[in-house]
Write a protein that binds this ligand. Structure first.
Ligand code: EPU
Length: 419
């Protein structure tokens, strides 16, 4: 397994381009199952989760053509198997996103239940309950969800809690249903909006995405289109945090600052000077030390759980004491124990971490446990004294395109050591 070796102590400087959003690309690739003609998806990030999705679609018999710029053309006319096997779903939970489209378009789907993961139990009960309300016949057997429906029917769905992929799955299923579906307490994440825009480009009638009530008027069929995925707000936030923790100055390009308002506000509170343009964000620490911030994660537009681990690392080296409360997932603090091994002063009590900033971190061998936890360890490595070795970086390759190349371009001393 590859490792990253990071020699801390260099302030990041320069500019980098942000890739397409993983969490928009994954549902959009699943949505291609709904279209009668080929769909070309552009600005796809080069990531392990994308490769897994392509493998999943490929095993179903779907034809995929990738060009050198990572535009993927998907043609579902050759689909043979309406099946998502455990071995792929367990390595990427977002595989559950093929359930709604397969059922809506082909009337049948067999998809493995994802099971728990490193950040919590993460059930998919709301995906299933929504489909049942739309008339699907669903049962779980042998670890698999078996779903059938001759044609789904529009329904009024009030979600018990805000779920991103749950909203996406049901929104996709509703596009081909008979009648109108209303999803209340829907997720408002920009990736949900991007998926809705793509579905509308395919001929769907989705309105209200970005608000908490989404309305979908079912149509008889969807057609092929060309759609470019929006930029990755979590990758954007991670590089801003990397610049902040090293006392650096960077510009990130091809991003959308409006999607990052909660994160930018906290970076400013932490002492960073942040300026935004239409598609860029500049961050400059101007020689000042980071200040601790108090963070509470919540669904969009509040502070994202996917930036929680990175801000834990910022607080670890900031002046003062800060608290981080995680309200979205029940077990998303695996990075804390690794950061403690580098000298961090963190007390965990339930879903809150109380962090007293320290003056220095020391390098240690550390282990990545999930995607965003890995990012927080890389951030800590960028300021620790000595060589930090981050193991199990396959987690990071799931969600950050060429992280060592982008950080090296900003002056970081980081290298990948192949297994
Ligand atoms: N939940 C249920 N029942 C359900 C669905 C969700 O109880 O049927 C609970 C979950 O257990 C969790 C909460 O609802 O406690 C919110 O989970 P959500 O369903 O919104 O998460 P997700 O859709 O599985 C997506 C992202 C995650 C991101 C979360 C929250 C994708 C592919 N994944 O997951 O991204 O953390 O929303 O914003 O969009 C990442 O990129 O590192 C990542 C984990």
């Amino acid at each position: 397994m590859d490792k990253l070796i990071i020699t801390g102590g260099t302030p990041l400087e320069g500019e980098i381009r942000i890739s397409g959003a993983k969490n928009a690309a994954l549902p959009i690739l699943a949505a291609t199952l709904l279209a009668d003609g080929p769909v070309k998806v552009g600005n796809i990030p080069h990531l392990q989760d994308i490769t897994t999705t392509m493998e999943l679609l490929g095993r179903m018999g779907v034809e995929l053509v990738v060009d050198e710029r990572m535009n993927i053309e998907v043609d579902c006319s050759t689909i043979r198997e309406l099946f998502a096997p455990y071995e792929l779903v367990k390595s990427m939970r977002a595989s559950i996103l093929v359930l709604g489209p397969m059922l809506a378009r082909f009337g049948k789907a067999v998809v493995s239940l994802p099971g728990g993961c490193a950040i919590g139990s993460r059930p998919v009960n709301l995906h299933i309950e929504g489909l049942v309300k739309m008339g699907a016949d669903v049962h779980v057997e042998g670890g698999y969800i078996h779903a059938k429906a001759s044609r789904l029917k529009g329904a009024h769905l009030v979600m018990d809690l805000v779920t991103v992929t749950g909203t996406e799955n049901l929104m996709m299923a509703a596009t081909l249903a008979d009648g109108t579906t209303v999803i209340e307490n829907a997720a408002r994440e920009p990736e949900v909006v991007d998926l809705a825009n793509c579905l509308n480009a395919m001929g769907a009638k989705v309105s209200g995405a970005g608000g908490d009530t989404i309305s979908v008027e079912g149509v008889d069929k969807l057609c092929g289109t060309h759609y470019d995925v929006l930029p990755d707000r979590i990758e954007s936030g991670t590089y801003l945090a990397a610049a902040a923790i090293t006392g650096g100055r960077v510009r990130i390009k091809d991003t959308r600052p409006r999607m990052l308002e909660a994160v930018i506000e906290k970076l400013r509170e932490a002492g960073a000077c942040v300026e935004v343009g239409d598609r860029w964000i500049d961050l400059d620490m101007k020689g000042s030390r980071l200040r601790s911030t108090n963070i509470r994660t919540s669904p969009y537009p509040a502070f994202p759980t996917d930036m929680q681990a990175q801000f834990t690392s910022l607080n670890v080296v900031a002046s003062g004491t800060g608290t981080i409360s995680e309200t979205v997932f029940e077990n998303r603090f695996m990075h804390v124990h690794e950061l403690q091994r580098m000298g961090a002063d963190i007390q965990l009590a339930g879903n809150t971490a109380v962090i007293r900033g320290v003056d220095r971190l020391t390098a240690a061998p550390v282990m990545a446990t999930d995607l965003r936890a890995s990012a927080s360890l890389v951030l800590a490595g960028l300021v620790a004294e000595g060589d930090t070795v981050v193991e199990r970086i396959y987690h990071i390759d799931r969600g950050y395109e060429s992280i060592e190349e982008k950080l090296a371009k900003l002056g970081a001393r980081i290298r990948r050591v192949p297994a």
